[in-house]
Design a protein around this ligand. Structure first.
Ligand code: SAM
Ligand code: SF4
Ligand code: FES
Length: 345
């Protein structure tokens, strides 16, 4: 039976707030949502799933986001930094495994000056000109973003986390603001990056209104990538006793995003695979078209502990590659060796 609301969303790529609330709060639309999302995704991207090799190069962070295990205030966190050579050798390994995008992610770590970041980015681009380099290193001044772009960085991931200013303030310390987060995202876009925003699903104090605000903000920003995953508590943070987000709501939001943003690159995240054994497969079936396997050296993997029980911390990069390929195929899709740029039309 056709679901009138889901069909309206597919057709218009938009709904009123009350209609979005109905979809977000009621599981009876889920099957129709996932099916429509998969059809739209196949129409734009076929069965392709893009792989991004994720290099978590520093677990130091000067910020204190209340949800994150890397927060500066976590004295139990194990800290490490990768050298330029170690990062480049991760890229060598990733290139051999077929990855054509490298994502350099880390805490906000002042040890890496802009000069160092530019040097690392340009070294990767020089060695692998056919690859895209994505940075995900937090909030920086516009001039820094300009310098990284000039050095060759193609994309930048910076989740907005929540588009509701009061909710934002409950997840972050006073020195951080939604306003600055948005400033960063619009700067990145203006400079010419392919930009990724996104949010956690089921973070403490999140309401349906917060999720609707997230969708409205994304309509304004029109990012190329939208990263969402469930909130998962970490034992050494102020949110240690908070409930985790659910796979169900994350999948529902993924499908809604696919219908609102047919062109978007939507990762099926590691966090989704952590809270559900088939989470990443289900994420692909619900509209996701990107996976981000870990390329960090296995000795440091478990030290990048943003939440508890993270998967893929004991596996070598090649093992994750093989495991993921099987998972992608079992879900009915195909892993491609490609930069995987956005298809706006
Ligand atoms: N420091 C950079 C930043 O904040 O943008 C990049 C690294 S940060 C660890 C990457 C993402 O991890 C954040 O945008 C946040 O959404 C997610 N994250 C942090 N703590 C989390 C948690 N407890 N559960 C789920 N996701 C979390
Ligand atoms: Fe640092 Fe990013 Fe974690 Fe916030 S989410 S504490 S900025 S690593
Ligand atoms: Fe890492 Fe399965 S993807 S072990």
């Amino acid at each position: 039976m056709t679901d009138v609301l889901v069909e309206k969303l597919r057709e218009n790529r938009d709904l009123g707030d009350g209609e979005l609330r109905e979809l977000i709060e009621h599981p009876e639309h889920d099957a129709a949502l996932a099916q429509a999302a998969d059809e739209v995704r196949r129409g734009r991207y076929g069965d392709a799933v893009f792989l991004r090799g994720l290099i978590e190069f520093t677990s130091y962070c000067k910020q204190n986001c209340l949800y994150c295990g890397l927060r500066a205030g976590n004295r139990n966190a194990q800290r490490y930094r990768l050298s330029r050579e170690e990062i480049l050798s991760c890229c060598d390994e990733g290139y051999a495994l077929g990855y054509r995008t490298f994502v350099l992610q880390g805490g906000e770590d002042p040890y890496y000056t802009d000069d160092m970041i530019c040097d690392i980015v340009s070294a990767i681009k020089e060695k692998y000109p056919d690859c895209a380099v994505t940075l995900s290193i937090g909030e920086k001044p516009r001039e820094s973003y300009e310098r990284y772009f000039a050095a060759g960085a193609d994309r930048y991931l910076l989740r907005h986390e929540t588009a509701d200013p009061e909710h934002y303030a409950r997840l972050h310390p006073d020195n951080m603001s939604l306003e600055n987060r948005k400033r960063c995202l619009f700067d990145l876009k203006e400079i010419g990056y392919q930009v990724g925003a996104g949010f956690m699903v089921g973070s403490p104090y999140q309401t349906t209104d917060c999720l609707i605000a997230d969708l409205r903000f994304l309509q304004e920003l029109k990012p190329d990538m939208i990263g969402i995953g469930p909130f998962i508590s970490h034992k050494d943070t102020p949110f240690r006793d908070e409930k985790n987000g659910t796979a169900e709501l994350t999948l529902r939001m993924l499908s809604i995003l696919r219908l609102m943003f047919p062109y978007a690159l939507l990762p099926s995240t590691t966090a989704l695979g952590t809270i559900h054994p088939m989470g990443r497969e289900l994420g692909l079936k619900a509209g996701g078209n990107v996976v981000m396997p870990n390329l960090s050296p296995v000795q440091v993997r478990d030290k990048y502990a943003i939440y508890d029980n993270k998967i893929c911390t004991g596996e070598e990069s090649a093992q994750c590659r093989g495991c993921l390929e099987k998972r992608i195929e079992s879900a009915g899709y195909r892993a491609v060796t490609d930069r995987g740029d956005v298809r706006r039309s």
